[in-house]
Design a protein around this ligand. Structure first.
Ligand SMILES: O=C(O)C1=C[C@@H](OP(=O)(O)O)[C@@H](O)[C@H](O)C1
Ligand SMILES: C=C(OP(=O)(O)O)C(=O)O
Length: 466
């Protein structure tokens, strides 16, 4: 693990001290904001879009090219998994700031292999239905933390589709399946209340099942509907039309999936902490390459930050893209927000620094994310003097002065960035494992210290703007 720390006195990031990189594992002193910000940055590709497009490219009728895909732990795991079952994935020459474009050539899928899901929900929920199309056994496992994440709907749905699955009955990783080279498909019902990824994983592959797929969600509320919409939109671009005759029911007809040339949008959820920094420190942060139309839930950050007191501006730059600029005064308003999805850790960090109460609802399923995010956020903020209460389906945050201390990341990239955000305003926050940001944004520290805070020379400047 690479750890970044200052060569000078801790908690004094404003002097002449140089940013040095060393390899000694240790906590990362989150820098205080040096004053109002004036930052402009571009971000690497979306995890959710990259991993959907990788899957669709692997089961398409012809080759695909992914432009500006995300290169991070979660996408590397997806690439390795698809290669393990036979897909050819090559890096194309080029000089992208955030890593190579990818050429994906589908091949006959073969089992006889094992897949490491790491802690990636998209790998553990999207890959098993793909592997079921392969000939031969495929074993799935992941990090110790991944063995706690809900997997029952994936396991049960594969069985209902006629796939032979071997598991220990806990509805968790590890398990293995025995592909026969085809999947019968047809009509099934699942309880997807623990994760929208159960639905997305099946919809992505449904057109490849002999009878297609009719999927009915039977449980309580369905979380992260935006992510299901994203799945349907990525399928539509490849010629697969998913019908939804009633809420919670989706029909995927059997048929072809086209190869495609796809430009991946920047990750708007990962933009959250950077844009939120303007609210904490004051000043402005601009994220370039922001798509005018998108299915990413991260786009909601623009409205959320406006509701929390920011001035948000979108300047079109052409080609359906623009610059999103968030300007803050340093004052933050509390909000009531339902279904914050993967944005919840960022919003909670901001709420802890706000002037009034924040109530987050509709996020009970965050207990099954990289860690139990409701427990982790309340434990960490309360440990540094804050006031967060867990409710049945969310959090209530009351602003309270906080003090420095060790901030635990729980192997969760969004817990680590939440610590960095609080550290902008609270002196002495030490994030125990900032390296966990590599799950979806390996350049987090460079972008945070460089373009955002102006504390170091950025080594990533894709648009030559900095
Ligand atoms: O499909 C996806 O790309 C995702 C769906 C969501 O999962 P849940 O529905 O489990 O929250 C989201 O939180 C995750 O970060 C990415
Ligand atoms: C929940 C998340 O990840 P995953 O794709 O592993 O579910 C997340 O990125 O916030």
């Amino acid at each position: 693990m690479q750890v970044f720390k200052y060569s000078g006195p801790e908690f004094n990031p404003f002097g002449d001290d140089e940013l040095v990189v060393d390899d000694t594992p240790g906590p990362w002193p989150a820098p205080l904001a040096p004053g109002p910000l004036s930052a402009r940055l571009s971000l690497p590709g979306s995890k959710s879009l990259t991993n959907r497009e990788l899957v669709l490219s692997a089961i398409a009728d012809g080759p695909s090219t992914l432009r500006a895909p995300l290169h991070s732990r979660d996408t590397a795991l997806m690439i390795e998994a698809l290669r393990a079952i036979g897909t050819v994935i090559e890096e194309l020459p080029g000089d992208n700031a955030y890593g190579a474009d990818l050429r994906i050539t589908p091949a006959e899928l073969a089992g006889g292999t094992s897949i490491d899901c790491g802690l990636a929900g998209t790998v553990m929920r999207f890959l098993p239905p793909v592997a079921a199309l392969a000939l031969g056994p495929v074993a799935f496992d992941g990090d110790a933390a991944a063995r706690k994440r809900p997997m029952r709907a994936t396991i049960d749905s594969l069985r209902a589709l006629g796939v032979d699955v071997n598991d220990d009955g806990r509805g968790r990783l590890p398990f293995s399946l025995y592909g026969t080279g085809s999947v019968r498909g047809g009509e099934i019902a699942i309880d997807a209340s623990a994760s929208s990824q159960f639905v997305s994983g099946l919809l992505l592959v449904g057109a490849r099942f002999e009878n297609g797929l009719t999927l009915r969600h039977t449980g309580d509320g369905l979380p992260s509907l935006e992510h299901i919409e994203m799945t349907i939109a990525t399928l539509a671009r490849r010629g697969v039309t998913v019908q939804s005759p009633e809420p919670g029911v989706w029909v995927v007809p059997p048929g072809p999936i086209s190869g495609a040339d796809i430009a991946i949008e920047p990750d708007l959820s990962n933009a959250g902490p950077f844009l939120g920094a303007a609210l904490v420190a004051g000043g402005s942060v601009t994220v370039t390459g922001w798509p005018k139309e998108t299915t990413q839930v991260g786009a909601r950050m623009a409205t959320i930050l406006a509701d929390m007191g920011a001035v948000v501006r979108f300047d079109e730059t052409g080609g359906g893209l623009g610059d999103l600029t968030v300007t803050g005064s340093g004052a933050i308003q509390g909000i009531h927000l339902d279904n914050a999805s993967e944005l919840a850790p960022t919003v909670t960090a901001l709420a802890a620094l706000a002037d009034g109460e924040t109530v987050l609802t509709g996020i009970a399923h965050l207990r099954g994310h990289e860690t139990d995010r409701l427990a982790a956020l309340s434990a960490e903020i309360n440990a540094i003097g804050g006031d967060v209460t867990e409710t049945e389906d969310g959090l209530v945050i009351h602003p309270k002065p906080m003090h420095g201390g060790l901030w635990h990341s729980y192997e969760d990239h969004r817990m680590a960035t939440a610590g960095a955000l609080i550290g902008l305003a609270v002196p002495g926050i030490l994030v125990d494992d900032i390296g966990t940001t590599a799950k979806t944004l390996p350049q987090f520290v460079e972008l945070w210290m460089g373009p955002t805070l102006g504390l170091s020379k950025p080594s990533v400047d894709p648009l030559g703007l900095l």
